[in-house]
Design a protein around this ligand. Structure first.
Ligand code: DX5
Ligand code: ZN
Length: 215
């Protein structure tokens, strides 16, 4: 069964705590928290203080998707604020191995994120070390964009690699998810889907989550 991680990027920011509570009751499996700094991506969202304020509204795991220039400098603040999974981009100029080591040492899970133009082979040496690989199916920065179908090959490759080497990482997909694309990524081997505008754009969160799980 696929896990659903609603992206708060499309939630009502004026009542974010209530949105977190509502989406938890509606059957979400994780909470996806998109952090943007206006440099790594051309948009700015929220920081660790907001995460800390909304953390108490749910017992689910929170994943911080860090779309920022210096994830090595800031990840700990999100961890301290209550993030359970720290996601950083392979495209960010950091020592990937050291960052993975530091996050694990803190007792948190690591997610490595891959942008649409980046070749999936770049993750090869990290696959034995990470807990989640997140395949971006839109260019990061904004919700509500169209799914880029060519990324499905990356999911299939990851699924093959983990079977071949007995790796334990989960495959997550983020961007442009609706019933149709959810079904495509599920067939390709995805375990977690992030959905923002498709869930929060509908009044009945519970129904959308349920349908996303079974489509
Ligand atoms: C985009 C973010 C996504 C975004 C997805 O940069 O990483 O998590 O919220 O939004 P939708 O589901 O609307 O494509
Ligand atoms: Zn995201």
């Amino acid at each position: 069964m696929i896990l659903i991680s609603p992206s708060l990027l499309s939630a009502d920011f004026a009542v974010l705590g209530k949105e977190v509570r509502k989406i938890t009751k509606a059957g979400a499996d994780l909470i996806h928290f998109d952090v943007m700094d206006g440099h790594f991506v051309p948009n700015i969202t929220f920081g660790p203080m907001i995460l800390s304020a909304i953390r108490k509204y749910s017992n689910l795991s929170f994943e911080a998707h860090l779309m920022i220039e210096q994830p090595d400098r800031y990840w700990k603040r999100f961890s301290d604020a209550g993030a359970d999974i720290i996601g950083f981009h392979i495209e960010s100029r950091v020592n990937h191995n050291r960052l993975i080591h530091d996050i694990h040492k803190e007792g948190k899970k690591v997610c490595i994120v891959v942008n649409p133009p980046t070749k999936i082979i770049t993750t090869e040496k990290l696959l034995s070390k990470v807990d989640v690989v997140l395949v971006m199916t839109v260019n990061p920065g904004f919700g509500g964009q169209k799914f880029i179908t060519s990324n499905i090959k990356k999911i299939e490759w990851l699924d093959k690699e983990r079977k071949k080497h007995n790796y334990n990482f989960l495959i997550e997909v983020d961007g442009g998810i609706n019933y149709e694309t959810a079904s495509l990524v599920k067939q390709a081997g995805a375990d977690i889907i992030v959905a923002g505008s498709f869930i929060f754009g509908n009044k009945n969160y519970k129904q959308v989550i349920k349908k996303l799980k079974c489509c």
